[in-house]
Design a protein around this ligand. Structure first.
Ligand code: UD1
Length: 371
């Protein structure tokens, strides 16, 4: 039996739960003592609990209970509460995922205690420091020891910042579950309790640039309401609150059907069968690409350069006329290179961590060469 290492993965927001499910699945339980720590950033059943059940994930060993609050408080509570966990657990390595407030906070807590840090989805950049997630990416990548990089563009971004040590192009971990999910979708209608028309758009919208700016949100809602097609709009609680707060209900047409956030599998089925996806979510952009569904990005930029280059996604920004124009003129590309990897990222990540920790242990005990 190999050595046992204690690794903590810190999760907190919906996309983390999906990715950590792929990771846990690929772990050898004999070698890994793996603990899940939930920051509590997402706490609603539909954003958190349903995914733990869907993927059969172990209950988190700790919940840091940070909840919804302004970013600085969310981050500082996460650092403080996670530090208490580190007092008790003293792991060999901490893994963080993506670019949320939870990610950056856990990264800072790890490195302030000199614990090795691995970043899954490293190197992605949007080159705009007004985006909250961009700051989280920069902080986390500045201090990580291991970088698990989804795309060649992300690799180049890190190199440009002088980060070349401990960097591994693993492909994107969200693909692991997509490849694995067995998305036959046969009993889709019963599962969703939705009468799906033949042609529909699947939509999400939750980034701060849209939800915190009523002008942007209004333009998006008016644009999709003007499209000659049903729009299934999966509503993040943040967006639901923004619509109420800014009084934008009247901007929403009859063709727009608001639905609550669905399970991973149900969401994948909706994306796969959609005629088009409209989103500002990096995760949904990738998922649309994977399912070969054309995608309009209602944001001003994206970190998924490869998908743009292939023509599967087009940036419209939150602009009404542009959204309507792109809808009518989208040319579906012929080629689809699957440029986000091959769905084996979790296995690669685990191998790399084991090799890294083996090398560290040999160094510490003076029994072998360094990595
Ligand atoms: C966070 C991430 C974003 C990620 C998204 C996935 C940051 C900066 N952003 O955005 O990168 O794409 O998660 O969903 O970390 N709320 C609830 N219930 C919950 C959680 C949140 O109602 O369980 C509402 C609250 O009003 C809260 C708002 O959503 O204030 C925003 O939540 P927050 O976790 O701050 O950011 P997200 O928009 O979810």
């Amino acid at each position: 039996m190999g050595r046992r290492y204690k690794v903590i993965t810190v999760v907190g927001a919906r996309p983390h739960f999906i990715k950590v499910a792929a990771l846990v699945k690929a772990m050898d339980v004999h070698k890994w003592h793996h603990l899940l720590v939930h920051s509590g950033q997402h706490y609603d059943e539909k954003l958190s609990g349903q995914f733990f059940r869907e993927f059969g994930l172990e209950a988190p060993a700790y919940n840091l209970q940070i909840g919804s609050q302004v970013a600085n408080l969310q981050i500082s509570d996460c650092i403080r509460n996670f530090d208490r966990v580190l007092d008790i657990e003293n792991p060999d390595l901490i893994l963080v995922i993506g670019d949320t407030n939870t990610t950056a906070a856990a990264a800072i807590a790890a490195k302030k205690r000199n614990i090795f840090l691995g970043h899954i989805e490293a190197g992605l950049r949007e080159f705009d420091r007004t985006i909250p997630e961009e700051i989280n990416k920069l902080i986390t990548d500045a201090i990580s020891d291991l970088y698990f990089v989804p795309t060649p563009t992300a690799l180049k971004n890190l190199a440009r910042e002088g980060i070349t040590q401990g960097v591994y192009l693993t492909g994107d971990i969200s693909l692991d579950l997509l490849v694995d999910a067995g998305l036959s979708g046969k009993d889709e209608k019963q599962k969703f309790e939705l009468e799906l028309p033949d042609q529909y758009i699947f939509m999400t919208c939750h980034r701060a640039v849209n939800t915190d700016h009523p002008g942007n949100l209004r333009q998006i809602l008016e644009a999709v309401s003007a499209l000659p097609c049903p729009v299934y709009f999966s509503l993040h609680p943040r967006t639901e609150k923004a619509i109420e707060h800014y009084g934008l209900r009247t901007s929403i047409g009859d063709n727009v059907r608001m639905i609550q956030p669905l399970s991973f599998k149900a969401t994948q089925n909706l994306i796969r069968k959609a005629f088009m996806v409209i989103t500002d979510s990096g995760g949904v952009i990738k998922e649309a690409y994977f399912h070969r569904t054309p995608c309009m990005i209602i944001d001003r930029q994206t970190e998924w350069e490869e998908i743009l280059e292939e023509g599967w996604a087009v940036i419209t920004g939150p602009e009404k006329t542009r959204i309507i124009e792109v809808y009518h003129n989208f040319v579906i590309p012929r080629a689809h290179k699957m440029s986000l990897g091959n769905g084996t990222a979790a296995k690669r990540i685990i191998q790399i961590i084991e090799t890294f920790l083996d090398a560290q242990r040999s160094k510490d005990t003076g029994t072998g060469t360094t990595h």
